[in-house]
Design a protein around this ligand. Structure first.
Ligand code: PEP
Ligand code: MG
Length: 851
C-alpha cells in the first residue's frame, strides 16, 4: 500500500479519544463529542470536519467523500450537524438519514416494516429537497406520510422541480448536504445574524458527520432528550421527553404523544417503559455533569432497548437557573467557587433583581428608547404625576408617561409601576430616579409620537394608545409593548446570596450605593453595599411639607428672612441624616451638599405660581417676575453646585449643621459615625477653601454648643474637566475625591445629558460612539481626564481616597476602568450594587488566574 493511501485525510478527523480535535478549529460540538468518546459513552461513530475544511467546501474544494462514507458501516445512514464556536450564533439545522435511497429502503423494510421504511425515505426526500436542493417547500411539506403514494409523489415532485432524479448515491447526497450547509454559513444574512449575536466576522463553522442510531424498528426504539435540572429554576429534576419510533428532537415537538422520563403523575414514562435504558441514561448524564463540569442536555436514541448517546449540549437555561446551576456545581465540588462566580454574566444578575417579560412571551412592540432602568411592568397609561398617585390609591398599576420628568414628578414616579419619557438619556432625571427606585424606565422614546394635550401616544404604524390603555415598559430591552405579556418574577433566592458571598470574598474594590432616602439606604444595605457613596440632598426637599419653606428661603429678601426659612428646614434635614446614619450603622455615608439651581424648586405653570403667591402672600405678578428673573439660559452650567454654596452660603451652613447634629445624635445610641461631606461642581481650589472655612466654623460651633467632639471628612466631586486638570491643587484641601462622571461626560463631550437620548441611537448605530458614553465610561476621552485627575491627586496627596459616583459606577466595563485606575470604591444605584459586586469580583479572579 502506498503512503498516500494510508495517510490520514487532514480534512476529515474521526473523533477518537486522541484525535487532534479542538473547539477553536472544529467547533464546540465536535470537541464536546470527543469528550463523550473519552468518557466511553455509547456514541455512534462520528467524524469531524474543521472550520478550514468547511470553508474549503463552500469554495468548491470537496474532500474525499467516498473515503469518508467508506469509513462508516456499510449501508449505514448518516447525519450531519453544525459545530460552531458558540451554539448561540445559530447555523444550519441538522440533516438526518443521509444515504437513504431505493435500495436502502428495500433493505430496511424487513426490519422496520414496509410502511416505516418508506416513511423514513420520504422524510429524507422532503428534508433534502427543502434544505439541500432548496426547492419550493410548498411542494414538499404537509404530505400525509401514511398515504401509499406519498413517497412516489415526493420523488416525482423532486424530479419535476430539480429537473433531475432524486440522487441515489450516498456519496452525492452527503457531498450536497455538506456543500449546502457550508454555503449557508457563508451567506451574508447568516453572517450578519450571528454577528448581531456577538460572533466575530470571520467565525468558522465545523461539521460533524455521525452514523445514525435509527430509533426505529422492532423492540423498544425511539429518541429523546434528557437533563438533570429544571431549565427554568436550575433545581435538580430530570426533565426531557422520549418518543417511541422517532428520531432527532421529535419527542420535544410531539408534546402529547411523548413520554415523561422519570415516573410522573401526568402520564406514562420511560422509567416504566424501559427501566434499564432510563437507569443507563441517568448514569451517563450524571457522569457527564461531573466530568464535563457542566449540566448537560443529552440527545439519545434507544435501539431495541440499548442506549446510544448522539450529542450533549449545555442545558439551555434561564438567568435564574444559570446561577443555581453554578452554585450547585461548586457546592458539589465539581467546580471551584471562583469558577462559579466567573460563570455568571453580571448583567444576568440584573435580570434576577427585577420582574421581566417571560422569555417566550409574544411581544407586541410599539416603540423603543433607551433602556434606562431594568425590569418590566405593565399598567394603564397616565400622563401626570397626580394621576399616577390617584391610580396607586385605587391599587391600579399605571405607567407614567411624561415628556421628561422633573423633581416634581417624584411622588408620581413612586406611585407608578414604570416610567416612559419622550426625551432624556441614560443620566436624565427619570433614568437616575428610576434606577434608584428599581422602577422600570425607558427614556428618549423619540420614534413614538407623544400627544400630551390629547392624552395619547401613537406608534410609527399609527396605532393610538390612550390614557387608560394598558402597555408594558421593558426597561431591560428598551421596548414598549402593547398589552401585558406574561412576566417572570424577581428571583433573589439562597443561590443568589451564596454566589454573592463568594464574589465578595474575591473582590478587591469596595462597592457603595447612591442613596438619597431611607428606602434607598435600606435597599443598599439589603444588597450589601459598603456605605453610601452619594446622597443627593436636593432630593430631600421635594416633599410637600418642605417645598414651602424651601421656596420661602429662595424668595427671602434679607439674611434674617432666609435664616427663618432655613431654621424650619434644619430639623427636617437633621432627621433625614439621623435616619440614614442609623440604617447604615456606622458605615460611611457621603452627603453631597445642595447641587441644582434654585429655580428648579419653583413652579413654572400658572396654577403653581398662583399657589405660591398665596403661600407667600405676594401678588402673582411679583412672584412671576421673581421666578423669571431667576431663570437661566443654561442652568446646568449656571448658578448651581458649589457656586450656589458660595453665593448663598446659608444653605450649606444649614446642611453642615444638620449633618453634624445628626452625627452626634446617631452616634449616641449606635455605631460611631464619621460623615463625609462632598462639594458638587467644583472647578477651582478657592471654591473649596471658602466653603471649607465655613463648614469648619459650623463644626466648631456645634462642638462648643453640644460639648461633644466628632470628626468629618470633606471631599470634592470631580465633575468638571477643570477639576480633573487641577485635581492636584484641590486634593490638598480634602480627604477624598469622587468622580461625577455624569456631568464630566456631559462637559467633556459638550453633550447635554438630558437631550442626548434624541440622537444617541443614531450615533451608536452609525458607529460615531461605540456605546452611549452616559452608559459606558468613555475610556479614551472622559477616562483620560479621570486618569489625569486621579494621578495628580495622588501625587499631591498620597493616600487620598478616590472613587466614582456617576452612573458608570454600576457598569461592568467602567468598573474595570476604575479598578485599573486604583480607585478605592465605586458607587452606583442600589439595584446595581449586586451587578457591581459580581463584576468587580470577576476582575479580581481573572487577575489572580493570570498571575
Ligand atoms: C455626576 O454628575 O456624575 C453625579 C453623580 O451627580 P448628578 O448626577 O447628581 O449630577
Ligand atoms: Mg453632577
Amino acid at each position: 500500500m502506498d503512503d498516500a493511501a494510508t495517510a490520514p485525510d487532514p480534512h476529515v478527523t474521526p473523533i477518537t479519544p486522541t484525535a487532534p480535535v479542538a473547539a477553536v478549529t472544529h467547533g464546540g460540538r465536535a470537541k464536546c463529542l470527543q469528550r463523550l468518546v473519552r468518557l466511553e459513552m455509547p456514541l455512534p461513530r462520528t467524524v469531524a470536519l474543521s472550520f478550514d475544511t468547511v470553508h474549503g467546501i463552500a469554495a468548491g474544494r470537496m474532500p474525499d467523500i467516498a473515503a469518508l462514507v467508506a469509513g462508516f458501516h456499510a449501508g449505514a445512514l448518516l447525519c450531519v450537524r453544525p459545530s460552531s464556536g458558540d451554539p448561540d450564533w445559530g447555523g444550519p439545522g441538522a440533516i438526518l438519514n443521509i444515504g437513504m435511497n431505493e435500495a436502502r429502503c428495500r433493505a430496511l423494510a424487513p426490519r422496520l416494516g414496509e410502511a416505516a421504511a418508506r416513511a423514513l425515505y420520504l422524510r429524507f426526500v422532503e428534508s433534502y429537497a427543502v434544505h439541500v436542493a432548496r426547492l419550493d417547500p410548498d411542494s414538499f411539506e404537509g404530505r400525509d406520510a401514511t398515504h401509499p403514494d406519498a413517497l412516489a409523489a415526493a420523488l416525482a415532485a423532486y424530479e419535476d422541480e430539480a429537473e433531475e432524479p432524486f440522487p441515489q448515491d450516498p456519496v452525492v447526497q452527503l457531498s450536497e448536504v455538506l456543500r449546502s450547509m457550508a454555503r449557508a454559513w457563508e451567506g451574508t444574512t447568516a453572517r450578519l445574524l450571528r454577528q448581531a449575536r456577538g460572533a466575530p466576522a470571520d467565525a468558522g463553522l465545523g461539521l460533524v458527520v455521525q452514523e445514525m442510531a435509527l430509533g426505529l424498528g422492532p423492540g423498544e426504539c425511539g429518541s429523546g432528550v434528557l437533563q438533570l435540572v429544571d431549565p427554568e429554576t436550575g433545581l435538580p429534576q430530570i426533565t426531557g421527553r422520549y418518543l417511541s419510533q422517532s428520531q432527532g428532537r421529535e419527542a420535544l415537538e410531539h408534546g402529547l404523544a411523548s413520554l415523561y422520563l422519570g415516573r410522573d403523575p401526568r402520564g406514562p414514562s420511560l422509567e416504566e417503559l424501559a427501566p434499564q435504558a432510563f437507569e443507563d441514561l441517568k448514569r451517563h448524564a450524571a457522569r457527564m455533569r461531573e466530568r464535563l463540569r457542566e449540566e448537560m442536555q443529552i440527545e439519545f436514541t434507544i435501539e431495541d432497548g440499548g442506549v446510544h448517546i448522539l450529542d450533549g449540549i449545555r442545558v439551555p437555561r434561564s438567568a435564574r437557573a444559570g446561577l443555581r446551576i453554578a452554585v450547585r456545581l461548586a457546592e458539589d465540588g465539581v467546580i471551584s467557587r471562583a469558577e462559579a462566580v466567573m460563570r455568571i454574566e453580571p448583567r444576568a444578575v440584573s435580570e434576577l433583581l427585577h420582574r421581566q417579560v417571560a422569555p417566550g412571551a409574544p411581544r407586541a412592540v410599539i416603540g423603543r428608547g433607551v433602556a434606562a432602568s431594568p425590569g418590566a411592568a405593565s399598567g394603564r397609561i397616565v400622563f401626570t404625576a397626580a394621576d399616577a398617585q390617584a391610580s396607586a390609591a385605587r391599587d391600579e398599576p399605571c405607567i407614567l408617561v411624561r415628556r421628561e420628568t422633573t423633581p416634581e414628578d417624584i411622588r408620581g414616579m413612586h406611585a407608578a409601576a414604570a416610567v416612559l419619557t419622550e426625551r432624556g438619556g441614560m443620566t436624565s432625571h427619570a433614568a437616575v430616579i428610576g434606577r434608584g427606585l428599581g422602577l422600570p424606565c425607558v427614556v428618549g422614546a423619540s420614534r413614538i409620537r407623544f400627544h400630551f394635550k390629547r392624552r395619547q401616544i401613537v406608534d410609527t404604524e399609527g396605532r393610538v394608545f390612550r390614557e387608560g390603555d394598558v402597555i408594558t415598559v421593558d426597561g431591560t430591552t428598551g421596548e414598549i409593548l402593547a398589552g401585558s405579556p406574561a412576566m417572570v418574577e424577581a428571583a433573589l433566592d439562597d443561590a443568589f446570596t451564596t454566589l454573592m458571598d463568594w464574589a465578595d470574598a474575591a473582590r478587591d474594590i469596595d462597592i457603595r450605593a447612591n442613596a438619597d432616602t431611607p428606602a434607598d439606604a435600606q435597599t443598599a444595605r439589603n444588597f450589601a453595599a459598603q456605605g453610601i457613596g452619594l446622597c443627593r440632598t436636593e432630593h430631600m426637599f421635594f416633599e410637600a411639607d418642605r417645598l414651602t419653606p424651601m421656596r420661602e428661603m429662595i424668595f427671602a429678601d434679607s439674611p434674617a428672612d432666609r435664616q427663618e426659612a432655613l431654621a424650619l428646614l434644619l430639623p427636617m434635614q437633621r432627621g433625614d441624616f439621623v435616619e440614614l446614619f442609623r440604617i447604615m450603622e456606622g458605615m460611611p455615608v457621603c452627603i453631597r451638599l445642595f447641587d441644582p439651581p434654585l429655580h428648579e424648586f419653583l413652579p413654572s405653570d400658572r396654577a403653581g405660581l398662583r399657589d405660591l403667591a398665596e403661600a407667600l402672600d405676594m401678588a402673582v405678578s411679583d412672584v412671576t417676575r421673581r421666578v423669571e428673573a431667576m431663570g437661566e439660559y443654561n442652568p446646568m452650567l449656571g448658578l448651581r453646585g458649589v457656586r450656589l454654596g458660595i453665593t448663598v452660603p446659608e444653605i450649606y451652613d444649614m446642611q453642615a449643621r444638620a449633618i453634624f447634629e445628626a452625627t452626634l445624635e446617631a452616634s449616641r445610641d449606635g455605631a460611631p459615625v464619621v460623615p463625609e461631606i462632598m462639594l458638587p461642581l467644583v472647578s477651582a481650589r478657592r471654591e473649596v477653601e471658602l466653603v471649607r472655612a465655613r463648614i469648619d466654623a459650623v463644626a466648631a460651633a456645634v462642638r462648643t454648643e453640644r460639648g461633644r467632639d466628632f470628626t468629618y471628612r470633606l471631599g470634592v466631586m470631580v465633575e468638571t474637566p477643570r477639576a480633573c486638570l487641577r485635581a492636584g491643587d484641590i486634593a490638598q484641601h480634602v480627604h477624598f475625591l469622587s468622580f461625577g462622571t455624569n456631568d464630566l461626560t456631559q462637559m467633556t463631550y459638550g453633550l447635554s445629558r438630558d437631550d442626548a437620548g434624541r440622537f444617541m441611537q443614531a450615533y451608536v448605530a452609525e458607529g460615531v460612539f461605540s456605546e452611549d458614553p452616559f452608559h459606558v465610561l468613555d475610556h479614551e476621552g472622559v477616562g483620560e481626564l479621570v486618569s489625569i485627575g486621579a494621578e495628580r491627586a495622588r501625587r499631591a496627596k498620597p493616600g487620598i481616597t478616590l472613587s466614582i459616583c456617576g452612573e458608570h459606577g454600576g457598569n461592568p466595563e467602567s468598573i474595570a476602568f476604575c479598578r485599573a485606575a486604583g480607585m478605592d470604591y465605586v458607587s452606583c444605584s442600589p439595584f446595581r450594587v449586586p451587578v457591581a459586586r459580581l463584576a468587580a469580583a470577576q476582575l479580581a479572579i481573572r487577575d489572580a488566574w493570570q498571575n
